[in-house]
Design a protein around this ligand. Structure first.
Ligand code: NAD
Length: 240
């Protein structure tokens, strides 16, 4: 066990995009370390979520859903924004699709941060957002995803400045290539998967748990003097 088992005892955590994939691994990591976790998703996902975690169905791009979600919360120490979508194959060159991706990935993150701020300020809490390799690179076929993730990085820095006086730290993880349902098609494409592995110095696909551990660090007192950081968790992909 890398962390003290009761690291987040008596802490309340909200993780969006948490019914499968990276968000579920983050929620599981926080719950394993003692947090009371509420997991948000638009569906019940793939069953990878720990049974002790409360699931709440809500769409982060819906003002009404987010208001209803926060109506049920009385305390919050940890917010992790993981909800994200991508529309592959060039579909994001359609402006309506572009807007939908930005509405979930970027505006959805902002909406949840705004709703959470008063609760987090009351307990000097933390926020971890989810950036991407496409916060740093362009994506010819996914302009909405890349723009939204570039935006998440800048939003993270801006909110780190804005919320510092409330005692709220705001950071982001930038996952590399992680094996989840979102990247299923890439994992199954031998040419694309081979190119990814060849460029990744640690020569494997990331596991959702790799991100869970990094998020746990950014939520813990061990990172008390870290804010506004975009932390790559990518097996070295960015520096290769
Ligand atoms: P996933 O598709 O496996 O899971 C997405 C989760 O988000 C699900 O729980 C789904 O219910 C939820 N969700 C989708 N739209 C939502 C909405 N409008 N409101 C609320 N919840 C919603 O995806 P993943 O691979 O686990 O990705 C999670 C996050 O990590 C995303 O922000 C993604 O962009 C980011 N990311 C993933 C990778 C990767 O390689 N998998 C790399 C970089 C960044």
């Amino acid at each position: 066990m890398t962390f003290q088992p009761d690291l987040f005892k008596d802490k309340h955590a909200l993780v969006t995009g948490a019914t499968q994939g990276i968000g579920a691994a983050v929620a599981n990591a926080l719950a394993t370390l003692g947090a009371n976790v509420t997991a948000v998703g638009i569906d019940h996902g793939d069953g990878s979520l720990d049974a002790r975690i409360d699931v709440c169905l809500a769409d982060v791009s819906s003002e009404a859903d987010v208001a209803a979600l926060f109506g049920k919360l009385s305390a919050l120490d940890i917010l992790v924004n993981c909800a994200g979508i991508i529309r592959r194959g060039g579909a994001e060159h359609d402006v309506a699709v572009f807007e939908q991706v930005v509405a979930v990935n970027l505006t959805g993150t902002m909406r949840i941060c705004c709703a959470a701020r008063p609760l987090l300020a009351a307990r000097r809490g933390v926020i971890v957002n989810t950036a991407s390799m496409l916060s740093f690179f362009g994506g010819a076929l996914v302009p909405g995803y890349a723009a939204s993730k570039g935006g998440v990085a800048q939003l993270t820095k801006s909110l780190a400045l804005a919320y510092a006086s409330d005692g709220i730290r705001v950071n982001a993880v930038a996952p590399g290539w992680i094996a989840t349902p979102l990247t299923q098609a890439l994992q199954e494409d031998q040419a694309r998967s081979g190119a990814i592995l060849q460029r990744t110095p640690l020569s494997r696909w990331g596991r959702p748990e790799d991100i869970g551990d990094a998020v746990a660090f950014l939520c813990a007192p061990a990172s008390a003097f870290i804010t506004g950081v975009i932390l790559p968790v990518d097996g070295g992909y960015l520096i290769a």
